[in-house]
Every structure is written in C-alpha cells, then in structure tokens.
Design a protein around this ligand. Sequence first.
Ligand code: NAI
Length: 257
Amino acid sequence: MNRLQGKIVGITGGSAGFGRAMALAFAREGAAAVAICDLNMEDAAATVKDLEEIGTKTLAVELDVTDTAGLRAYVQQIIDTFGRLDVWVGNAGIAGGAPAEDETEEFWRKMIDLDLNAVFFGAQAAGRHMLEQGGGVILSTASMLIEQHTQAYRTAYGVAKTGVVNLTRALAVEWGGRGIRVNAIGPGFANTGLFQRGRTEHSIPVEDLLSRVPMGRFVEVEEIAAAAVFLASDEASFINGHLLLVDGGWSANSSPT
Ligand code: NAI
C-alpha cells in the first residue's frame, strides 16, 4: 500500500527499536523521505542502508534530543533538505528506574528531560513549521505505563510518559483546527535494546510481566510501526488527541495474575 505516498517524515531515535521499524514502515508506504536522528550512528547507518534499499531518500543526524537547539536545527535541516515536514515522530526515549527512595536526582532529571521535555520541544519545532505549511501529523511514543496504570520503580518514567499523553491532548486541542493532528502510541513491553538494557535487580521477572498481558507476549516492533503508519495516514483523518494503546490488552486487565 502507499498510505504515505510522497510524505516527508522526521523521527527521533530512528536507529533502533520502534523508531527504526517506523522508519522502514513509512518508507514501504511510499514516504518520499524519512529522516532519523539518534545518538547511535552505527545503528543509524544500517537503518539508512535499509531505507535506501526501499528507495526512500534519507537523512541521518547525530543528535542528543535533549539538546533543544540541536533538535530545532534537525527539524530545520529536514525542511531545508526536503522542502517540508509532513509527519513528525517524537520517539527517542529511555526506560528504567529504582525504588523511589533511591532514585537519584540525576536519573530523575535525565528521564524528564529526554522522555518528556524533548518530546514537547520536538513537537513544538515541527508544529511551528506545520502551522506555516498548513498541516501535518505529530506522533509521540508514550507507553502503557501512564496515569492509573503504573508500576513500582517507574516513578520518573510514568510521570514523563503521562506528560506525553497530556501534551498530546493539549497540542491536539490547540492545533486541530489548523490542520495538525496530534496523537500518541502506548506500546506494551517490547523486547528491544531499551527493554534489555533496562533490566536491573529491581526489574519484575519477564514471565510475571508477560503473565499480565492477555495475549501473553511482547509486542513486536512492527506492530508499533503499523499503528504509527495508521495514525500518520489519512485513514486516521479524524483521530486527534488520542492515545492508541498497543499492549495486547495489558491496560484492560485488572485481574490478579
Ligand atoms: P531502543 O533503545 O531500542 O531505541 C531507542 C532509540 O533512541 C535508540 O536508537 C537510541 O540510541 C535512541 N536514543 C536514546 N536516547 C537518545 C537521545 N538522548 N537522543 C537521541 N536518540 C536517543 O528503544 P525502544 O524500545 O524502541 O523505545 C523507543 C520508545 O518507546 C522510547 O520512548 C521508550 O520509552 C518507548 N517504550 C518502549 C517500550 C519497550 O518495552 N521497549 C514500552 C513502551 C514505550
């Protein structure tokens, strides 16, 4: 299918995991260009190669998204290179945490800066251009660990991701009348590098995590990418301010495991 024919897409954290899967899915759906930024340029090179094989133009920028000036420059570079920006995905993030009494100020601030502040400043930079060009789509990668659904040892993470859902709604309200749709995706547990790196002595055993998922497994990165393609496409033309949970029913499950 060509649901994103000719679109110009910018993604943060596009080298690996969900971001990489989204980049490839957007390209397969006909996007004219898919830009990625990331800290990890080795993985970025592999993603660029795969994007080029699909036949999409690409741009890969080394960037720590908590560098707000750099983030704005990345958005500008996409526009300077490809002429416009149709779809923006604020996806780069980390997970993890510790018992609240042991949480360090450094980790708390890093989490809020990366998983929340950078999502807002990226959306703001993209949104400014989309307002000028007359429309666009903004997506963010939140989590299923939001609002009333949280977990022990994930205080900062839950606060950041809940903030992402709330800013999604706020931007949708402000910009919906000016041609921009703003939505978020709430993935379930995925066995990505992030998940594996985030395993600590405080982590809940994998079998216990998955036992609460009615479908009994991790989400595949391609399933998150499919949700992103749908939300970015005209099929979702009246979906605005929405959190699309892709969690196999985890959030719906309040039965004891
Ligand atoms: P991942 O670690 O596989 O991929 C994330 C990418 O973002 C990596 O390429 C990494 O280098 C990049 N990145 C990290 N910090 C960055 C920074 N400061 N600046 C630029 N790039 C940076 O992780 P995954 O699992 O694909 O996660 C993507 C998003 O999904 C994150 O926001 C995460 O919180 C969220 N998420 C992940 C879940 C999981 O179980 N894996 C579940 C729910 C949400």
